[in-house]
Design a protein around this ligand. Sequence first.
Ligand code: PSV
Ligand code: MN
Ligand code: MN
Length: 393
Amino acid sequence: MTELAPPTRSRVLAALRAQRIETASWAFGNSGTRFKVFAQEGVPRDPYEKIADAATVHRFTGVAPTVALHIPWDKLDDYAALAAYAKERGIGLGAINTNVFQDDDYRLGSVTNPDPRIRAKALAHMFECVDIMDATGSRDLKLWFADGTNYPGQDSIRARQDRLADALAATYERLGPAQRMLLEYKLFEPAFYTTDVPDWGTAYAHCLALGDRAQVVIDTGHHAPGTNIEFIVAVLIRAGKLGAFDFNSRFYADDDLMVGAADPFQLFRIMCEIVSADVLKPEAGIAFMLDQCHNIEPKIQAVIRSVMNVQEATAKALLVDTAALAAAQRDGDVLEANEVLMDAYHTDVRPLLRDLRGEMGLDPDPIAAYKRSGYYETVKAERVGGEAAGWGA
Ligand code: PSV
Ligand code: MN
Ligand code: MN
């Protein structure tokens, strides 16, 4: 990398130092496809051990100070005790994810189910998750609904939207003043004909009707191939409705592979929208979370790598020469504008990130440091005969 001018260098380093990436508890447990879950040694046996793994990621990266929970995968009697344990380990508890998709009752949907008894059960779970947020001090309630239909005529599309709106409104009412509701969309799966929240437009329309504390989650794996995700990012930022990302990468559908693995250029383009709108800083309120499954690769190491991938894309976005870009755009110089962006993308930012880690008192190479630490060998020896609930359960 050519030498950066000192003001640029300190601006970029300050932004990277302030960056926050939230890990997910379920990334540390066993997961797989519908064909096979490959069990790994040393996986956490309970939410406490997942927290310990998340704290390990933070210890080596310095920018992942919170971990999201999924209920009931992380069900406990005492969430305040879990929050205290996390604090002891140097991290906090992040978003609370609801789970209204893994129960036989939800065959025809949860909050959009035609049966009012099932809808009430799903709503009660959402309220329970807000109670958990009260105990953990979490700011965000994250909602993803597997609801939809498989066959034309199976149910009324409009009636299901009405039921969804009712459940969201009741949950929104239950939130405290410092709490937010984040609504995630997904094109398809498990429903194959209609999905009740299939796209950002539907999520946006519901959030708009609810109020300021309802915002949209962009899961990068939840779109049709070829979708321009950075366009969605730009539109939602402009509307003040981008609440969070679930980062992961995909080659085909909702692959949940490591972010930045399939398409690092897409991740860069997304981060360019974030940086250019000045919403990278935590105070801007956008949560950058990982929602991934590490089916065949070592999990903690994969989460560390994912954090580093996000940092690399962010560093490149921060290096875009904004003055040169603005001038090229003003002049209508299409190729020059594109080249300014590509120059930043092609910069090798790894030395800069190594320097950042050094300045933060971290090992410049988090993966090597993690491997040297012997953490995995220790937990492998300790954690025998168990497997935490999660996708693999
Ligand atoms: C659904 O595919 C999803 O992306 C939602 O965020 C779930 O809560 C999550 O996966 C669990 O991995
Ligand atoms: Mn997700
Ligand atoms: Mn998903």
